[in-house]
Design a protein around this ligand. Structure first.
Ligand code: DGP
Length: 125
């Protein structure tokens, strides 16, 4: 069910629960600002989600309220996860859904990393 990204942060969302250790995840990277783990329903041979540790609903929320340190740390983490996975030379795709038209389902900012094969056109036509 797509979410309304203008709503306040809901602490009971799945990724908040993963961050608190209440639900398991296949972690690939963690630092002070970010956690990266495999998507439960992969849409490509490699499909990783990177989330900030702070309570932000979406890219909109994070870019408005996040501190410079959080934003720098998160952006560097996304790049590092892809680099460490050897994805720079073959290439990869980043995607962040915001709100209903994008079909954002989890109301905690997440950047998708898709990789592992040619990924085709950016959007279904
Ligand atoms: P989005 O539509 O951008 O909100 O993508 C949400 C993604 O989150 C979707 O690709 C599936 C993934 N996902 C949902 N629940 C879980 C979970 O409990 N664990 C993991 N690892 N991924 C999940």
């Amino acid at each position: 069910m797509p979410i309304d990204a203008t709503l306040p942060y809901d602490d009971s969302n799945i990724f908040a629960r993963i961050l608190r250790g209440e639900l398991p995840s296949k972690t690939v990277y963690e630092d002070d600002h970010a956690l990266a783990f495999h998507d439960i329903n992969p849409q490509a041979p490699l499909h990783i989600l990177v989330i900030p540790k702070g309570a932000y609903v979406s890219w909109d929320d994070f870019s408005e309220r996040g501190s410079d340190a959080e934003i720098t740390g998160f952006v560097r983490a996304v790049g590092r996860v892809a680099r460490d996975a050897g994805l720079v030379a073959p290439g990869y795709r980043l995607l962040a859904n915001v709100g209903p038209n994008s079909h954002q389902e989890v109301p905690h900012l997440h950047v998708h990393i898709f990789a592992g094969q040619p990924l085709g056109p950016m959007l279904v036509r």
